[in-house]
Ligand binder design. Sequence first.
Ligand SMILES: Cc1cc2nc3c(=O)[nH]c(=O)nc-3n(C[C@H](O)[C@H](O)[C@H](O)COP(=O)(O)OP(=O)(O)OC[C@H]3O[C@@H](n4cnc5c(N)ncnc54)[C@H](O)[C@@H]3O)c2cc1C
Length: 221
Amino acid sequence: MTTTRINTTTVDIRLVYTSHAFAIYLGRISRILKRGYGFEVYTERDNWGHAYSDDGFGAAFKEKATQFGTWKITLDAFGECMPYEDNRVYLTSDVTDKWGQPVLKMDVHYRENETLMRKDAREQAILMLEKAGFSNIDGFDSQAHPGLSIHEMGTARMGTSSKNSVFNKFNQHHLVKNVFCKDGASMTSSPCQNPSLTYMALSARAADYAVRALKRGDIPR
Ligand SMILES: Cc1cc2nc3c(=O)[nH]c(=O)nc-3n(C[C@H](O)[C@H](O)[C@H](O)COP(=O)(O)OP(=O)(O)OC[C@H]3O[C@@H](n4cnc5c(N)ncnc54)[C@H](O)[C@@H]3O)c2cc1C
């Protein structure tokens, strides 16, 4: 998953203190690229918490505490990382931890599609904000690298055989039949959407399958 904060713009809107910030979501955008990206959109006012630790009460305090700065809107792009077969983790005895155990080695990098996606997301974010009439638009690319994003997954992916994956489509280990994966490790790629509901659905399906397989005697107890 690439997570790239794309765009910040400052707008000169004066609002009364009863106004609330809002968040919206722009769904999967797919243009010339493989797969797609979405935007999480956040708004905030500068100096929002300036009075947290101030003493006071009453109308004067309320008036002072609600003197905020200008509104800002931020578009965060979440793009899908393709399921590259050679993106992987494995144990290496080159380096051991303090108990002498081999540590994980991660061999993961983003490719052309992810780079193009970031570029496209930045350009589209700027365009949308310009068309919407915002000013002071500051587009940027945070140069995301594997390990810096919040929706990374897929270290023990599901697939059709032990040659291309660790688990089958029911999140059951191909070779060790009573081992099931119940988290994001079984994902093959990291979609642009939030992933946790999919993990829960996959887990429910795995549990249902495991119970049936146990009853049939297909899994050792
Ligand atoms: C700031 C943030 C916000 C997020 N917001 C959302 C959201 O709004 N919606 C959404 O759907 N998703 C969200 N996510 C993503 C979601 O939280 C993760 O995708 C999900 O937690 C991954 O679950 P997991 O069980 O696969 O892995 P993890 O929750 O990372 O669990 C891995 C576990 O393995 C343990 N572990 C690691 N190495 C070892 C080891 N060597 N030995 C023993 N144990 C080990 C860790 O301690 C950890 O408990 C967010 C993530 C972050 C960081």
